[in-house]
Design a protein around this ligand. Sequence first.
Ligand SMILES: O=C(O)CCC(=O)C(=O)O
Length: 224
Amino acid sequence: MDLDYFYSGKIKSNSAYNFCNDEICEIEEILKYYNLSLDILERSDSKPHELEDTWKLIMRKINTDSKIPDRIARNRGVIEFVEAFVKKKINVFPVNMFRFSLPRYERSRVAWHQDSQTWPGIDRAFPKLENSKVVTFWTCLTKSDDKNGLSFALKMPAKKFQHEYSEGQGYFNANLGLDKIDSVETIFGDPYTSVIFGQNLLHCSAAGSQHPRVSIDLRYYCEN
Ligand SMILES: O=C(O)CCC(=O)C(=O)O
């Protein structure tokens, strides 16, 4: 199997997330503190700047203070769910992310990139991963649509793209040297719509609808 370009397509991950009820409740608790919930967010059409400060605080509480995504990534049931797709034994990568995608708010959208070219700050920070492949398990916790899901370029030449630094995003901006990418597939649907994909597949946040969406991306690595 070519793990570099592995692509599960749209899958449902309720069975994996059933093992993570405690963590999902913790996320809801944090949102509640700001008078929000996953349900409210999914239906909200608030102006992005009304949510901007809250957005930053919530991201910090969930990702940095409580490390909820890291705990979900380490859950045995979740690991086995991903292993069943990639048919390899996987290890948990130390950077896992809860994200909010706010409508019309550039900083919450991630530009075209390959995970092999962004996370592998890997090479510097995690040298033991040099000969490994990164696999990402992305899940939308809210309902998503074709304008705020996660988009994949399915017909790109097999190569690594140079990534540019983009303020607020880091190296999430592939220098494609192409006017447009055709054959884009966007993953969206009911809560717990997911995709598992390999490290060289180009992807980006879809352009943005009027509703926020909330997602978690979990990262794993396995032997080459
Ligand atoms: O959720 C998003 O919009 C971006 C996620 C992403 O790019 C990733 O998981 O690598």
